[in-house]
Design a protein around this ligand. Structure first.
Ligand code: AMP
Ligand code: GLY
Length: 424
């Protein structure tokens, strides 16, 4: 069978890598892909917002299944466009993906259906929001309603900080229409974890747990990023807690959507805050997490294509999804300046040496070719991922591999998975 993967980051490299091991996949295409993905798939150069051209490609090449990596095309209705033409595609449709693309939609759904989340209020008026922030005091969290490339959330430790964030969103309109509405919510305490699951519309099957490190610097300091590293399993998510998350969050979320007449299929990701053993939803995503997917798919034993087809054919209950018992750790290597303005076009060396290591996969995120060289082309450049007997072992191998790689200005955190080690 032929598969098209939409996206070009570390997450998509992990999806392509796993598909390349499938017994039923003959050919993989990726749009736009990157220099690492190009080893396993044919990278195509079509604008991922141009659904008509993507559909033409899918029809011309007789693609059997399309898998969507990022939230952008989902929120713009790529699934609706493909399904209208009878094409098989993995991901929720536009209405269902509002769970990620509108914080107001997600929060209102959670409140209505009793899914645990932070207290909040929605505002369309700057003045009313400011008044509410002053009334509530700090710490407080300000969120732009719409998609903002992971930058629309401000955890403010003072009222001034909160009002500055509000001004950026509502007055300066730095996120455009995504800031037409804001959610002002209670600041939760605790520890975060990522909980991803496969959903076929009726059935939800959890993946193994994971945790990412959002801040740019060691000790979880500095600005938020897309994620600087991740590991699986997350010791925080015990078997008992997994049951609670399924019963109180994941199944109720699917039921809530169904009760609104919304069908959800694809990947459902809940960003959780766990406070004294109780999980609360910080956000829902309607796709695989990045970088969580790199360690999570590294542990998947079952053929990913079988799972993808079971989801699109609504037959998830027919397959048994198996995971490796070992642990996996992914260390993200980023460009100088990330998450602000960063350098690009820098030559990367040492990739072959890192790749040659046993139990290591170097997932590419922002890389491209320049003649015979592989160069940086994004903020997050690589996700160096290793599997090991436990987190400690996997972590040691991942760092050994990272140390074989070099490019000017490269940055990576030295404390990925330390949090998990302290728990063991
Ligand atoms: P979100 O995109 O909503 O997950 O927010 C991004 C990050 O902001 C989360 O991963 C948390 O670190 C933080 N965050 C979001 N909402 C809250 C909250 N209510 N309390 C504390 N931190 C939060
Ligand atoms: N790593 C967080 C995300 O994928 O949204």
């Amino acid at each position: 069978m032929k598969v098209l993967v939409i996206g070009g980051g570390g997450r998509e490299h992990a999806i392509v890598w796993k598909l390349s091991q499938s017994r039923s996949v003959d050919r993989i295409y990726c749009c736009p892909g990157n220099a690492g993905i190009a080893e396993l798939a044919e990278c195509i150069d079509v604008n991922t917002n141009d659904f008509e051209s993507l559909l033409d490609f899918v029809k011309y090449e007789w693609i059997d299944l399309t898998i969507v990596g990022p939230e952008g095309p989902l929120s713009r209705g790529i699934v609706d466009a493909f399904e209208k033409e009878g094409r098989r595609i993995l991901g929720p449709n536009r209405t269902a993906s509002q769970l990620e693309s509108s914080k107001v939609f997600a929060k209102d759904l959670m409140r209505l259906h009793g899914i645990p989340t932070a207290e909040y209020k929605v505002f369309t008026s700057y003045l009313h929001a400011e008044e509410y922030i002053r009334l509530k005091g700090a710490p407080i969290v300000i969120k732009a309603d719409g998609l903002a490339a992971g930058k629309g959330v401000f955890v403010a430790s003072t009222v001034d900080e909160a009002i500055n964030a509000l001004r950026l969103i509502m007055k300066d309109r730095v996120f455009g229409d995504a800031g037409n509405r804001v959610v002002v919510e209670e600041c939760l305490k605790g520890e975060e974890a990522s909980f991803m699951a496969f959903v076929d519309g009726k059935i939800i099957v959890p993946m193994v747990s994971s945790q990412d490190h959002k801040r740019i610097f060691d000790g979880d300091t500095g600005p938020n990023t897309g994620g600087m590293g991740a590991y699986s399993p997350a010791p925080l998510i015990t078997k008992e807690l997994e049951t609670v998350v399924m019963e109180k969050i994941m199944r109720p979320a699917l039921k809530a959507l169904n009760s609104e007449g919304i069908k959800y299929k694809g990947i459902l990701y809940a960003g959780l805050m766990v406070d004294r053993g109780k999980p609360y939803v910080l956000e829902f995503n309607c796709r695989f997490g990045d970088p969580e997917t790199q360690p999570v798919l590294s542990r998947l034993k079952t053929d990913l294509m079988d799972i993808a087809l079971a989801i699109t054919d609504k037959k998830l209950s027919d397959i048994n999804i198996e995971w490796r018992q070992e642990a996996s750790v992914c260390v993200v290597v980023s460009s100088k300046g990330y998450p602000d303005k960063y350098e690009k076009g820098v030559v990367i060396s040492g990739l072959e040496k890192a790749k040659a290591m046993k139990d290591v996969v170097v997932f590419h995120a922002g890389t491209a070719f320049n003649n015979d060289n592989i160069i940086t082309s994004g903020g997050r450049v690589l996700g160096v991922t290793a599997i090991g007997s436990d987190i400690k072992d996997a972590r040691a191998k991942a760092y050994e591999a990272v140390e074989k790689i070099y490019f000017d200005g490269m940055h990576y955190r030295k404390d990925i998975a330390d949090r998990a080690l302290k728990k063991q």
